[in-house]
Design a protein around this ligand. Sequence first.
Ligand SMILES: [Zn+2]
Length: 325
Amino acid sequence: MRKAWEPLAKIDLHAEKKILGQLAESQAAELTYQQTARLDELFDLCETLGLASISAWPNVDEYDEWFRPWLDLAVTLGGFDRALLSAEASLTLERIDALPADAPRYPLTDEGRERTLNQWDQVLDQEAAVRLLVRTLYRGRDAAWTAACALQYTPKVDLAIQLLDEAMPDLRSSTPHQEIAAKTLIVLSHGSRLESWITDSDPVLQALAVEFMDIDDLMSSPARIRDMLKDADGRVVEAVVGRIRQSNISELQDELRRIANEPEPAWSCTNCGHVNPQGTEFCQECRRGGPRPSAAAKAILEGRPMPGKVLFSLGRTDADEDDSS
Ligand SMILES: [Zn+2]
Protein backbone atom coordinates (compact mmCIF):
# COMPACT_ATOMS: atom_id res chain seq x y z
CA MET A 1 0.00 0.00 0.00
CA ARG A 2 1.18 3.52 -0.67
CA LYS A 3 2.46 5.74 2.10
CA ALA A 4 0.56 8.65 3.59
CA TRP A 5 3.33 11.15 4.09
CA GLU A 6 3.97 12.75 0.77
CA PRO A 7 6.10 15.83 0.13
CA LEU A 8 4.31 19.17 0.09
CA ALA A 9 5.04 19.63 -3.63
CA LYS A 10 2.55 16.91 -4.54
CA ILE A 11 -0.48 18.68 -3.02
CA ASP A 12 -3.27 19.23 -5.57
CA LEU A 13 -3.38 23.02 -5.86
CA HIS A 14 -6.70 22.85 -7.70
CA ALA A 15 -8.41 20.85 -4.97
CA GLU A 16 -10.23 23.86 -3.54
CA LYS A 17 -12.15 24.45 -6.77
CA LYS A 18 -12.73 20.72 -7.19
CA ILE A 19 -14.29 20.58 -3.71
CA LEU A 20 -16.56 23.53 -4.45
CA GLY A 21 -17.43 22.07 -7.87
CA GLN A 22 -18.33 18.70 -6.34
CA LEU A 23 -20.55 20.31 -3.71
CA ALA A 24 -22.23 22.46 -6.36
CA GLU A 25 -23.32 19.33 -8.28
CA SER A 26 -26.26 18.84 -5.86
CA GLN A 27 -29.58 20.63 -6.22
CA ALA A 28 -29.05 24.10 -4.72
CA ALA A 29 -31.16 25.76 -2.04
CA GLU A 30 -32.25 29.39 -2.08
CA LEU A 31 -29.92 31.26 0.29
CA THR A 32 -31.12 33.87 2.77
CA TYR A 33 -29.14 37.11 3.04
CA GLN A 34 -27.56 35.88 6.28
CA GLN A 35 -26.54 32.60 4.64
CA THR A 36 -24.85 34.38 1.73
CA ALA A 37 -22.95 36.54 4.21
CA ARG A 38 -21.86 33.74 6.56
CA LEU A 39 -21.64 30.55 4.44
CA ASP A 40 -21.90 28.55 7.67
CA GLU A 41 -22.65 25.17 6.11
CA LEU A 42 -19.61 25.36 3.80
CA PHE A 43 -17.23 26.73 6.44
CA ASP A 44 -18.36 24.12 8.98
CA LEU A 45 -17.69 21.34 6.46
CA CYS A 46 -14.21 22.69 5.67
CA GLU A 47 -13.45 23.03 9.39
CA THR A 48 -14.68 19.49 10.03
CA LEU A 49 -12.36 18.18 7.30
CA GLY A 50 -9.45 20.09 8.86
CA LEU A 51 -8.78 21.94 5.60
CA ALA A 52 -6.87 24.70 7.42
CA SER A 53 -4.05 22.14 7.45
CA ILE A 54 -2.32 21.14 4.23
CA SER A 55 -2.17 17.56 5.54
CA ALA A 56 -5.94 17.24 5.04
CA TRP A 57 -5.72 17.98 1.31
CA PRO A 58 -5.43 15.46 -1.53
CA ASN A 59 -2.28 15.10 -3.58
CA VAL A 60 -2.27 15.46 -7.35
CA ASP A 61 -4.19 12.55 -8.94
CA GLU A 62 -5.89 11.60 -5.67
CA TYR A 63 -9.06 13.65 -5.93
CA ASP A 64 -11.33 11.29 -7.84
CA GLU A 65 -9.93 8.12 -6.38
CA TRP A 66 -9.95 9.19 -2.71
CA PHE A 67 -11.04 12.72 -1.91
CA ARG A 68 -14.32 12.73 -3.84
CA PRO A 69 -15.81 9.75 -1.95
CA TRP A 70 -14.24 10.98 1.31
CA LEU A 71 -15.87 14.42 0.98
CA ASP A 72 -19.19 12.78 0.12
CA LEU A 73 -19.01 10.50 3.16
CA ALA A 74 -18.09 13.40 5.48
CA VAL A 75 -21.12 15.36 4.22
CA THR A 76 -23.35 12.40 5.08
CA LEU A 77 -21.75 11.53 8.44
CA GLY A 78 -21.78 15.17 9.55
CA GLY A 79 -25.45 15.60 8.62
CA PHE A 80 -24.65 18.54 6.35
CA ASP A 81 -27.41 20.04 4.21
CA ARG A 82 -26.42 19.23 0.59
CA ALA A 83 -28.70 21.87 -0.93
CA LEU A 84 -27.24 24.58 1.28
CA LEU A 85 -23.69 23.37 0.58
CA SER A 86 -24.42 23.45 -3.14
CA ALA A 87 -25.67 27.04 -3.09
CA GLU A 88 -22.85 28.24 -0.84
CA ALA A 89 -20.23 26.45 -2.96
CA SER A 90 -21.60 27.98 -6.19
CA LEU A 91 -21.54 31.43 -4.65
CA THR A 92 -17.97 30.91 -3.43
CA LEU A 93 -16.86 29.75 -6.89
CA GLU A 94 -18.35 32.94 -8.36
CA ARG A 95 -16.49 35.01 -5.77
CA ILE A 96 -13.19 33.21 -6.47
CA ASP A 97 -13.61 33.66 -10.24
CA ALA A 98 -14.24 37.39 -9.71
CA LEU A 99 -10.96 37.84 -7.82
CA PRO A 100 -7.98 39.41 -9.61
CA ALA A 101 -5.29 36.90 -10.61
CA ASP A 102 -2.84 38.10 -7.96
CA ALA A 103 -5.34 38.04 -5.06
CA PRO A 104 -4.46 35.92 -2.03
CA ARG A 105 -6.13 32.50 -1.76
CA TYR A 106 -9.81 32.62 -0.86
CA PRO A 107 -10.08 31.34 2.71
CA LEU A 108 -12.43 28.38 3.25
CA THR A 109 -11.59 27.80 6.88
CA ASP A 110 -12.07 31.13 8.61
CA GLU A 111 -14.87 30.77 11.10
CA GLY A 112 -16.31 27.29 10.73
CA ARG A 113 -17.23 25.03 13.60
CA GLU A 114 -16.35 21.35 13.60
CA ARG A 115 -19.25 18.88 13.47
CA THR A 116 -19.26 15.32 14.76
CA LEU A 117 -19.06 12.69 12.01
CA ASN A 118 -21.39 10.19 13.63
CA GLN A 119 -24.55 9.89 11.51
CA TRP A 120 -23.87 6.32 10.44
CA ASP A 121 -27.59 5.53 10.09
CA GLN A 122 -27.57 7.80 7.02
CA VAL A 123 -24.78 5.82 5.30
CA LEU A 124 -26.14 3.38 2.70
CA ASP A 125 -23.07 1.13 2.38
CA GLN A 126 -21.50 1.10 5.83
CA GLU A 127 -18.88 -1.54 4.95
CA ALA A 128 -17.61 0.51 2.02
CA ALA A 129 -17.53 3.56 4.31
CA VAL A 130 -15.40 1.71 6.89
CA ARG A 131 -12.99 0.61 4.16
CA LEU A 132 -12.73 4.19 2.85
CA LEU A 133 -12.08 5.55 6.36
CA VAL A 134 -9.33 3.01 7.05
CA ARG A 135 -7.74 3.86 3.68
CA THR A 136 -7.90 7.52 4.71
CA LEU A 137 -5.72 6.68 7.74
CA TYR A 138 -2.85 6.39 5.22
CA ARG A 139 -3.28 9.95 3.92
CA GLY A 140 -2.00 13.20 5.45
CA ARG A 141 -2.09 13.48 9.21
CA ASP A 142 -5.16 15.69 9.51
CA ALA A 143 -7.14 13.63 7.02
CA ALA A 144 -6.21 10.53 9.02
CA TRP A 145 -7.27 12.16 12.26
CA THR A 146 -10.68 13.18 10.88
CA ALA A 147 -11.24 9.68 9.48
CA ALA A 148 -10.41 8.18 12.89
CA CYS A 149 -12.91 10.53 14.55
CA ALA A 150 -15.62 9.18 12.19
CA LEU A 151 -14.50 5.57 12.53
CA GLN A 152 -14.94 5.56 16.31
CA TYR A 153 -18.72 5.80 15.86
CA THR A 154 -19.10 3.04 13.27
CA PRO A 155 -21.62 0.27 13.97
CA LYS A 156 -19.41 -2.04 11.82
CA VAL A 157 -17.03 -2.54 14.72
CA ASP A 158 -15.75 -6.02 13.81
CA LEU A 159 -14.84 -5.01 10.26
CA ALA A 160 -13.19 -1.81 11.45
CA ILE A 161 -11.09 -3.70 14.02
CA GLN A 162 -10.06 -6.32 11.44
CA LEU A 163 -8.98 -3.65 8.92
CA LEU A 164 -7.17 -1.63 11.59
CA ASP A 165 -5.28 -4.73 12.74
CA GLU A 166 -4.23 -5.33 9.14
CA ALA A 167 -3.17 -1.69 8.69
CA MET A 168 -1.13 -1.36 11.88
CA PRO A 169 2.12 -2.94 10.58
CA ASP A 170 2.12 -0.60 7.53
CA LEU A 171 1.37 2.47 9.61
CA ARG A 172 4.37 1.84 11.86
CA SER A 173 6.55 3.76 9.42
CA SER A 174 4.92 7.00 10.66
CA THR A 175 4.44 7.28 14.41
CA PRO A 176 1.65 9.91 14.21
CA HIS A 177 -0.33 7.65 11.86
CA GLN A 178 0.39 4.60 13.99
CA GLU A 179 -0.86 6.46 17.08
CA ILE A 180 -4.06 7.58 15.35
CA ALA A 181 -4.83 4.00 14.26
CA ALA A 182 -3.88 2.57 17.66
CA LYS A 183 -6.11 5.02 19.55
CA THR A 184 -9.00 4.16 17.23
CA LEU A 185 -8.40 0.48 17.99
CA ILE A 186 -8.39 1.22 21.72
CA VAL A 187 -11.80 2.93 21.44
CA LEU A 188 -13.39 0.31 19.16
CA SER A 189 -12.06 -2.71 21.08
CA HIS A 190 -12.80 -1.16 24.50
CA GLY A 191 -9.15 -1.38 25.46
CA SER A 192 -8.82 -5.13 24.80
CA ARG A 193 -5.45 -4.60 23.02
CA LEU A 194 -3.81 -2.87 25.98
CA GLU A 195 -2.79 -6.04 27.87
CA SER A 196 -0.76 -7.26 24.88
CA TRP A 197 0.63 -3.85 23.95
CA ILE A 198 2.03 -3.30 27.44
CA THR A 199 4.67 -5.95 26.74
CA ASP A 200 5.12 -5.03 23.05
CA SER A 201 8.64 -4.24 21.88
CA ASP A 202 7.28 -1.16 20.09
CA PRO A 203 7.62 1.85 22.47
CA VAL A 204 4.70 3.65 20.77
CA LEU A 205 2.26 0.85 21.57
CA GLN A 206 3.76 0.27 25.00
CA ALA A 207 3.47 3.96 25.96
CA LEU A 208 -0.14 4.05 24.72
CA ALA A 209 -0.96 0.98 26.81
CA VAL A 210 0.53 2.64 29.88
CA GLU A 211 -1.38 5.83 29.18
CA PHE A 212 -4.80 4.24 28.57
CA MET A 213 -4.83 1.21 30.86
CA ASP A 214 -7.05 1.30 33.91
CA ILE A 215 -4.81 2.54 36.73
CA ASP A 216 -5.57 -0.41 39.05
CA ASP A 217 -4.81 -2.94 36.29
CA LEU A 218 -1.60 -1.12 35.46
CA MET A 219 -0.39 -0.93 39.06
CA SER A 220 -1.42 -4.51 39.89
CA SER A 221 2.03 -5.67 38.81
CA PRO A 222 4.74 -3.57 40.53
CA ALA A 223 7.44 -5.81 38.99
CA ARG A 224 6.20 -4.93 35.51
CA ILE A 225 6.14 -1.24 36.44
CA ARG A 226 9.76 -1.46 37.64
CA ASP A 227 10.77 -3.16 34.38
CA MET A 228 9.13 -0.45 32.32
CA LEU A 229 10.84 2.28 34.35
CA LYS A 230 14.11 0.76 33.11
CA ASP A 231 12.83 0.72 29.52
CA ALA A 232 15.23 1.74 26.80
CA ASP A 233 12.81 4.34 25.42
CA GLY A 234 12.12 7.57 27.31
CA ARG A 235 8.54 7.84 26.12
CA VAL A 236 7.63 4.60 27.90
CA VAL A 237 9.42 5.76 31.06
CA GLU A 238 7.65 9.13 30.91
CA ALA A 239 4.25 7.47 30.48
CA VAL A 240 4.86 5.23 33.52
CA VAL A 241 6.11 8.12 35.66
CA GLY A 242 2.97 10.05 34.76
CA ARG A 243 0.73 7.19 35.89
CA ILE A 244 2.71 6.67 39.12
CA ARG A 245 1.86 10.24 40.06
CA GLN A 246 -1.85 9.38 39.81
CA SER A 247 -1.53 6.23 41.90
CA ASN A 248 0.46 7.39 44.97
CA ILE A 249 2.40 4.12 45.16
CA SER A 250 5.01 4.83 47.78
CA GLU A 251 7.18 1.73 47.17
CA LEU A 252 8.25 3.13 43.80
CA GLN A 253 9.87 6.21 45.36
CA ASP A 254 13.34 4.68 45.02
CA GLU A 255 12.78 4.20 41.28
CA LEU A 256 11.57 7.79 40.95
CA ARG A 257 14.70 9.01 42.78
CA ARG A 258 16.93 6.99 40.44
CA ILE A 259 15.22 8.42 37.35
CA ALA A 260 15.31 11.97 38.78
CA ASN A 261 19.05 11.69 39.35
CA GLU A 262 19.89 10.32 35.89
CA PRO A 263 20.01 12.21 32.59
CA GLU A 264 16.86 11.95 30.46
CA PRO A 265 16.85 8.50 28.78
CA ALA A 266 17.28 7.87 25.06
CA TRP A 267 14.10 8.19 22.99
CA SER A 268 12.73 7.63 19.52
CA CYS A 269 11.16 10.74 17.98
CA THR A 270 7.42 10.49 17.32
CA ASN A 271 7.68 12.99 14.50
CA CYS A 272 10.56 11.65 12.41
CA GLY A 273 11.51 8.32 14.00
CA HIS A 274 15.09 9.35 14.79
CA VAL A 275 16.54 7.60 17.86
CA ASN A 276 18.04 10.25 20.13
CA PRO A 277 20.74 9.35 22.66
CA GLN A 278 20.50 9.77 26.44
CA GLY A 279 20.39 13.40 27.61
CA THR A 280 18.97 14.80 24.34
CA GLU A 281 16.20 17.31 24.99
CA PHE A 282 15.34 18.03 21.34
CA CYS A 283 15.33 15.64 18.41
CA GLN A 284 18.65 15.80 16.57
CA GLU A 285 16.81 15.55 13.23
CA CYS A 286 13.60 17.63 13.54
CA ARG A 287 14.15 19.46 16.89
CA ARG A 288 10.86 18.27 18.37
CA GLY A 289 10.88 18.22 22.17
CA GLY A 290 11.31 14.72 23.60
CA PRO A 291 9.99 12.96 26.70
CA ARG A 292 11.38 14.23 30.02
CA PRO A 293 10.73 11.53 32.61
CA SER A 294 13.63 12.71 34.77
CA ALA A 295 12.15 16.22 35.05
CA ALA A 296 8.73 14.67 35.76
CA ALA A 297 10.14 12.39 38.48
CA LYS A 298 11.88 15.37 40.14
CA ALA A 299 8.59 17.31 40.09
CA ILE A 300 6.71 14.42 41.73
CA LEU A 301 9.36 13.96 44.46
CA GLU A 302 9.37 17.68 45.23
CA GLY A 303 5.56 17.94 45.14
CA ARG A 304 5.65 20.42 42.26
CA PRO A 305 3.30 20.44 39.23
CA MET A 306 4.44 18.26 36.32
CA PRO A 307 6.75 20.10 33.89
CA GLY A 308 5.06 21.39 30.75
CA LYS A 309 5.81 19.85 27.37
CA VAL A 310 8.52 21.62 25.38
CA LEU A 311 7.41 21.19 21.80
CA PHE A 312 10.20 22.71 19.72
CA SER A 313 13.66 24.11 20.05
CA LEU A 314 14.05 27.62 18.64
CA GLY A 315 14.75 28.20 14.95
CA ARG A 316 12.43 26.62 12.44
CA THR A 317 13.88 25.27 9.25
CA ASP A 318 12.37 23.52 6.25
CA ALA A 319 12.50 20.24 8.14
CA ASP A 320 9.63 21.43 10.34
CA GLU A 321 7.34 21.57 7.33
CA ASP A 322 7.28 17.77 7.45
CA ASP A 323 5.13 18.21 10.52
CA SER A 324 2.14 19.07 8.39
CA SER A 325 2.21 15.98 6.24
ZN1 LIG B 1 12.44 14.03 15.16
